[in-house]
Ligand binder design. Structure first.
Ligand code: CP3
Length: 345
């Protein structure tokens, strides 16, 4: 690469403090947008959107057209990888994802190897290519995957659970068998993300939505170490690739991520106080977050107050404005507009 990056998100991830912080939102392509609901109805269902490059490109671009966010994130799901590894995946309306679970080491034999995922995922790589060609030149394109712990926890439970109990039971009772699953997901994730980068993704984000359920040494073993392995391997193949980690719910464990030179950005959830993030994290790493998504439902004075508060506290260091978790289906696009007007003055 020659010279410094020009796109705002890339500049922030390179450690620069921008006068107006760049902004995007988790789940920015989603059900709160009428145009998303219309495209989803045309496609038939959520997975039909994910595996059709034309539809996936369209919904990725919708929030960029409407709001001009500084980043677009690939429209896909973290559970496409287990599907590519040979599991059945479907979504129960109103409930969420379902997989036919792997519950013990013997069942790992059902899964494919890390190099056998690409036939299933080829449409996703095609979406990446089409989106990267269609985006405005100032918009950064983020590819992503789930982190191994979060992905494995859905593979083991076969669905969302309140506390990832089934995965934590396996983790404690058969660490060796469980470690094999984590290793397989880690290795497949590296190959999946490498293909996204080759197809045009400029930044990679690793979603560990359930990192907060890992206690004691398990946080290091199953959240930190797999993320490090993925990031280190990707950087050996793509030295300039910026990587954002999101170990949601990690609490003090965020410091362990900030201390690793291999990550460029750290996404914080709503449980992290912004002033703590400024003092404990921001001198080491670019911080991204953490407006409460509920404020995009309620709007009003609270939205204005909390948006300004984040800008005041985190705006003097390397910062990317975002939510603490994804925008919910009852979020109001008018409130998103309001938030952007406050950020951009
Ligand atoms: O952020 C984006 O706009 C990019 C696309 C994206 C989706 N899922 C689309 C999606 C991303 C980055 C994800 C990540 C994802 N998927 C995570 C990690 C982030 C997080 O939210 O914690 C997880 C845990 C999943 C698994 C998943 N996918 C669940 C639990 C659900 C059901 C819950 C829900 O919100 O309905 C999904 C479905 C899903 N993934 C939707 C979207 C837009 C809703 C699908 C629909 O249109 O019905």
């Amino acid at each position: 690469m020659t010279g410094l990056p020009e796109k705002t998100i890339l500049r922030a991830l390179a450690g620069e403090t921008l006068k107006t912080p760049p902004v995007w939102m988790m789940r920015q392509a989603g059900r709160y947008l009428p145009e998303y609901r219309a495209t989803r109805a045309d496609a038939g269902g959520f997975l039909d959107l994910c595996y059709n490059p034309d539809f996936a490109t369209e919904v990725t671009l919708q929030p960029i057209r409407r709001f001009g966010f500084d980043a677009a994130i690939l429209f896909a799901d973290i559970l496409l990888l287990p599907q590519a590894l040979g599991m059945d995946l479907w979504f129960e309306t109103g409930e969420g994802p379902r997989l036919n679970p792997v519950t013990n080491v013997a069942e790992l034999g059902r899964l494919k190897g890390k190099d056998d995922i690409h036939d299933t995922l080829a449409p996703v790589y095609q979406s990446v290519k089409q989106i990267s060609e269609a985006l405005p030149k100032e918009t950064t394109f983020i590819g992503f995957a789930g982190a191994p712990w979060t992905v494995a926890s859905y593979m083991i439970a076969g669905r969302g659970t309140p506390d990832q109990g089934p995965a934590r039971k396996w983790m404690y009772t058969d660490p060796e068998g469980f470690g094999k699953l984590i290793d397989l997901v880690t290795e497949a994730t590296i190959e999946y993300l490498a293909k996204q980068v080759e197809a045009g993704a400029e930044v990679i984000k690793l979603f560990d939505s359930w990192a907060g359920t890992l206690a004691g040494s398990c946080f290091e073993d199953y959240a930190l170490k797999p993320a490090l392995r993925i990031a280190t391997e990707l950087k050996s193949r793509f030295p300039d690739l910026p990587i954002i980690a999101f170990p949601r719910g990690a609490g003090g464990g965020y410091i362990k991520f900030a201390d690793q030179k291999v990550f460029n950005g750290l996404a914080i959830d709503t449980s992290v106080p912004a002033d703590w993030a400024r003092d404990a994290l921001q001198s080491k790493i670019t911080v991204q977050g953490n407006l409460d998504p509920m404020l995009l439902v309620t709007g009003g004075e609270a939205l204005e107050r909390e948006t300004r508060r984040l800008l005041d506290i985190l705006g003097d260091g390397p910062y990317i404005f975002n939510l603490g978790h994804g925008i919910t289906p009852d979020g109001d696009p008018a409130n998103v507009e309001k938030m952007l007007n406050i950020i951009r003055g």
